[in-house]
Design a binder for this molecule. Structure first.
Ligand code: PEP
Length: 253
């Protein structure tokens, strides 16, 4: 059965001291053996410290991005093997903020997903439509296109190691959560697309998360839905107490 995952995307927040104090509080609050898989994504400079602080605990560490090349003249970038070298397990790929502000495309997302898989990193591949696309009736075509392009050339065996996050752009950091019906509808649509690209058994094994103003007050309802297997949480993951509430309130089906 697929995993329920609660992943915190800290974005460009928290200094080294804050990373240490929030993670120390979090590992103390979240019991080893807690039901959802817990993932936290701090900024690059503190990843190694984060890995050390969470070793042997329920918390797994993710990077927020990476390059697809192994090494070379790519100023400012970090490679998959560098992440593996310091013990990072997950990597967020193609977050809408990276697509919007850093020109990430479906093609670079695909290259990064493939590179992550080749290094045994678990990619959390993000997709999501703008409000304009939703209002113009283009949501389905757009999401299906992002899934198909992001997974191009990825085999049935490989895709089972991918996590997908559906994050409607209009719900990220806005306090506007998609309704449970809207989130479930798109997560189901993504699963049907996976079924069409692979098969029903494979589609059933892939965790699909919802992201967009998830908090302790709505995570229970969201994760009760058939096709929502957890959350990618931004703002509400920055404080250990609220993130712990989200983790313990999430429904593991
Ligand atoms: C995110 O950044 O992935 C996100 C969902 O942010 P927030 O929870 O703050 O909307």
């Amino acid at each position: 059965m697929r995993k329920t995952i609660i992943a915190g995307n800290w974005k460009m927040n928290h200094t080294g001291e804050q990373v240490k104090s929030v993670l120390t509080e979090l590992v103390a609050d979240v019991a080893l053996g807690v039901k959802p898989e817990v993932v936290v994504a701090p900024v690059f400079p503190y990843l190694e410290t984060a890995v050390q602080l969470t070793q042997g605990t329920a918390v797994h560490i993710a990077a927020q991005n990476m390059h697809f090349e192994e090494s070379g003249a790519y100023t400012g970038e970090v490679s998959p093997s560098m992440l593996v070298d310091i013990g990072v397990e997950y990597v967020i790929i193609g977050h809408s903020e990276r697509r919007t502000y850093f020109n990430e495309t479906d093609e670079t997302v695909n290259l990064k997903v493939k590179a992550a898989l080749a290094h045994d990193l678990i990619p959390i591949m993000c997709c999501g439509e703008t409000l304009q696309q939703r209002e113009q009736g283009e949501m389905q075509r757009f999401i299906e296109g992002q899934i198909e392009a992001g997974l191009a050339g990825i085999s049935k065996e490989e895709v089972e190691n991918i996590v997908i996050a559906y994050e409607p752009i209009w719900a990220i950091g806005t306090g506007k959560t998609a309704t449970v019906e809207q989130a479930q509808e798109v997560c189901a649509l993504i699963r049907r697309k996976l079924e069409a690209l692979y098969d029903i058994k494979t589609a059933d094994k892939i965790s699909i998360l919802y992201g967009g103003s998830v908090k302790s007050g709505n995570v229970g309802e969201l994760t009760s839905s058939l096709d929502i297997d957890g959350g990618l949480v931004g703002g509400a993951s920055l404080k250990a107490d609220e993130f712990t509430k989200i983790i313990t309130t999430a429904v593991v089906k």
